[in-house]
Design a protein around this ligand. Structure first.
Ligand SMILES: [Zn+2]
Length: 411
């Protein structure tokens, strides 16, 4: 099959005017200007996308489709800890079928906005075998052992067992110890061990809120008091920053430096001493930033430029709809553009394509339109802007559902 479009945005070279992409099975096999492509592949079925721009499918590097049904239920709270209390109260009202419906709605919504791949954290890995994934999915089991650290191994075993029974999602699986304040050091270490043994991805929430910093660094504040109140062992508090503590417990066997295989969500709260650790490291992990969820919580400014200049791979995610309005990565890109006007639209688009593909360990298969890559694509109307920069600007401005997309060669 040949797809022809007014502009093909490859993410490799400048967009190709009057471009074409050849698809065979679930892969891209050729790409170029339409006249040459139609000459090289004569006789193939032609799909003319007319005055549209064809792009690689967008990749959401951090979301929680479990909570799609919580859109609009929790107004912004003064304290992050109060939001945790509020979401716990909402979750207590939901059952298995609610979550299955919520996940299905989330997939449908992500897809409507041109997302062809998600890194989805689920707190209910036992549901994974019961879900059909309409887009490429990395399932991460979100693990919390704060209320019962004696169950750590059992939790992990159940999660691995459930994820291995997942229906074919075109993606992969991973482990997500939730956060330093809800997952024990033992759980982090066990996830590292299992991650390396099974060669699966790891992600976690880290240094998200000011209250997390005051909990670990100062042994004080609302989050500290809340977790102390539910019986968490607080002996890890009062000394180090969350980031320093993370480097102590995860992925850093002697001499190996910082953890590298992790996709670290947030990193809003970093002290100067943390930057010294980051600067000293030759190994760089991936960072998932959620601009609109960040604004909802009014977190400290995300140190995007400092992290980027140190070589960390920045991706974007929507986080959950308990702290965001929808699952549109276009809206996420626009929110980032507002807070980081120095970034070019192309650099922002890279965060939901090539950068996210790297984070998922698939830089050779996802995030670009290139021969041998997966045929995960979408098209949006394009004015035919003569200037290359305007094409990227137009992509970021797009704010409607996408009406043509393809995942693994299937429209
Ligand atoms: Zn999250």
């Amino acid at each position: 099959m040949i797809l022809r479009a007014r502009t093909v945005v490859t993410m490799d070279s400048p967009p190709i005017e009057n471009g074409a992409v050849v698809i065979s099975g679930n892969r891209i096999v050729d790409i170029g200007r339409f006249p040459e492509i139609s000459g090289r592949h004569s006789g193939q079925e032609l799909v003319d996308l007319a005055e549209q721009a064809l792009l690689p499918g967008l990749i959401n590097a951090h979301c929680h489709l479990d909570y799609t049904c919580l859109r609009g239920t929790i107004p912004p709270q003064k304290w992050f800890t109060d939001w945790i209390r509020a979401i716990n109260a909402e979750k207590a009202k939901l059952g298995r079928d609610d979550y299955l419906a919520s996940i299905a709605k989330g997939f449908a919504e992500a897809k409507r906005f041109g997302t062809t791949t998600v890194a989805n954290l689920t707190a209910f890995p036992e549901l994974i075998p019961h879900v059909n994934t309409p887009i490429r999915t990395w399932w991460f089991s979100e693990l919390i052992d704060v209320r019962d650290p004696s169950r750590t191994d059992e939790l992990l075993d159940l999660a691995i067992h459930a994820m291995k029974r997942a229906r074919d999602s075109g993606g992969g699986i991973g482990l997500a110890p939730h956060a330093l304040f809800t997952a024990s050091a033992n759980l982090y270490r066990r996830c590292e061990e299992v991650g390396q043994r099974e060669n699966i991805l790891l992600t976690t929430h880290l240094a998200e809120a000011r209250e997390e910093m005051s909990m670990f660094h100062d042994a004080s504040g609302p989050l500290y008091e809340f977790l102390k109140g539910i019986g968490r062992d607080m002996s890890d508090c009062g000394d180090e920053t969350p980031f320093a503590w993370f480097t102590r417990i995860a992925g850093a066997p002697a001499g190996r430096g910082l953890p590298t295989e992790w996709i670290v969500a947030h990193l809003n709260e970093l002290a100067e001493s943390d930057f010294e650790l980051l600067e000293g490291s030759t190994r760089k992990f991936h960072v998932a930033h959620s601009p609109r969820s960040h604004d909802y919580f009014a977190h400290s400014r995300f140190p995007l430029e400092r992290l980027r200049s140190l070589g960390f791979n920045i991706c974007l995610g929507t986080d959950s709809l308990a702290s965001n309005d929808d699952l549109s990565l276009f809206a996420e890109m626009r929110a980032l553009q507002r807070s980081e006007p120095a970034l070019s639209p192309k650099e922002i688009l890279e965060m939901v394509t090539v950068n996210a593909a790297r984070a998922l360990g698939k830089p050779q298969a996802l995030g670009r339109i290139r021969a041998n890559y997966f045929a995960d694509l979408f098209a949006i109307p394009c004015s035919g802007a003569a200037d290359v920069l305007d094409v990227f600007e137009e992509v970021l401005a797009f704010d409607r559902p996408v009406d043509w997309m393809m995942v693994a060669g299937k429209t």
